[in-house]
Design a protein around this ligand. Structure first.
Ligand code: PEP
Ligand code: MN
Length: 337
């Protein structure tokens, strides 16, 4: 951390800041220039994160050097983390494919989808049983009945299942059925929920918040990690910008950026990221080319009858075609699908 003093700050003010730093067992390094004085803080500055140093008399500004997250950082772990979801390795050479409907609607609908995506080469099945809907009047999900259908699909098709947990009150229940928790964009900063899933050892797919910076996203991952669960998979799903032609703006640049900052795997959800089914294929290829460790895509056997996100859901045949084209992109960057 570097503390820049105001020009004309007094000796007493500089000493006061230095004393404050020493109170936290850190070492102040004072460097006096002609006009300003700079105080370097030696030691792990994170301890000062919530200390209002800028309010001390004579202080101009405080600049943090170390990242506010620790366990999630590349500095903490140099090599890529590989997260094992019931045998499927996320973050290894294979780009992991996750697909399924937005919501579980019936056994027939889920089984039909699972069969088709399995044939297309999918690694994991997704489907929401608890749905975070903008409108309270929209379909809210099948709840535990939906979880039971997901578990039956896992048995029948041998695919691990990813499903959203919306509320701390449901963590135990969802934990009973799912292979991987999904924390949705709207809940990325539901810190109590993050702590609860952090206390389990089940993998967590953590979506980026609708309006969250990469830093905030990694701080949310830190909540899970610091509660003891190191099995976090990040998922870029688009952020809200001024653009309205697409549902969200899919931030492909977040993939290589996040990978420089963290050892955690990062996957991309071009379905929610774009909301437009005709551009999901190109954005999927872009995501793989950018180094994504996986793709989460919504597929529905009858999108026009879907109870949620039908407009952005691919038909199984469209998904199968997409997977074929992705194989070529993966090969070009020395990965496999
Ligand atoms: C979903 O995966 O269906 C979903 C609701 O996603 P998000 O939280 O990214 O909006
Ligand atoms: Mn959806």
């Amino acid at each position: 951390m570097i503390i820049v003093m105001k020009s004309g700050s007094t000796k007493k003010q500089i000493e006061h800041v230095a004393e404050k730093i020493k109170e936290y067992k850190l070492i102040p390094h004072i460097s006096k220039g002609k006009e300003t004085t700079i105080i370097g803080v030696i030691g792990d500055e994170r301890i000062l994160q919530n200390v209002p140093l800028e309010s001390l008399p004579g202080v101009e500004k405080v600049m943090q050097i170390l990242k506010p997250y620790k366990l999630a950082s590349r500095e903490f772990k140099k090599e890529n983390s590989v997260i094992d979801v019931s045998g499927v390795k996320v973050g290894a050479k294979k780009v992991v494919l996750i697909a399924g409907p937005c919501s579980v609607e019936s056994e027939k609908q889920l089984f039909q989808t699972a069969k088709a995506v399995k044939e297309a080469g999918v690694d994991m099945l997704r489907g929401g049983a608890f749905k975070p809907r903008t409108s309270p009047y929209a379909f809210q999900g099948m709840g535990e009945d939906g979880l039971k259908i997901l578990a039956a699909a896992r048995e029948k098709f041998g695919l691990p299942i990813v499903t959203e947990v919306l509320d701390t009150r449901h963590v135990e229940l969802v934990n009973k059925y799912a292979d991987c928790f999904q924390i949705g964009a709207r809940n990325m900063q539901n810190f109590e929920l993050l702590k609860e899933v952090g206390k389990t050892n089940k993998p967590v797919l953590l979506k980026r918040g609708l309006m969250s910076t990469i830093n905030e996203w990694l701080m949310s991952a830190e909540y899970i990690l610091s509660n003891g669960n190191m099995n976090v998979i990040l998922c870029e799903r688009g952020i809200r910008t001024f653009e309205t032609a697409t549902r969200n703006t899919l931030d492909i640049s977040a993939v290589p950026m996040v990978k420089t900052l963290t050892h955690l795997p990062v996957i991309v959800d071009p379905s929610h990221g774009t909301g437009k089914k005709h551009i999901i294929d190109s954005m999927s290829r872009a995501a793989v080319a950018a180094g994504a460790d996986g793709l989460l895509i919504e597929v529905h056997p009858k999108p026009e009858e879907a109870l949620s996100d039908g407009d952005q859901s691919l038909l199984p045949i469209e998904y199968a075609k997409l997977v074929l084209s992705l194989k070529k992109v993966a090969k070009a960057i020395n990965r496999v699908i």
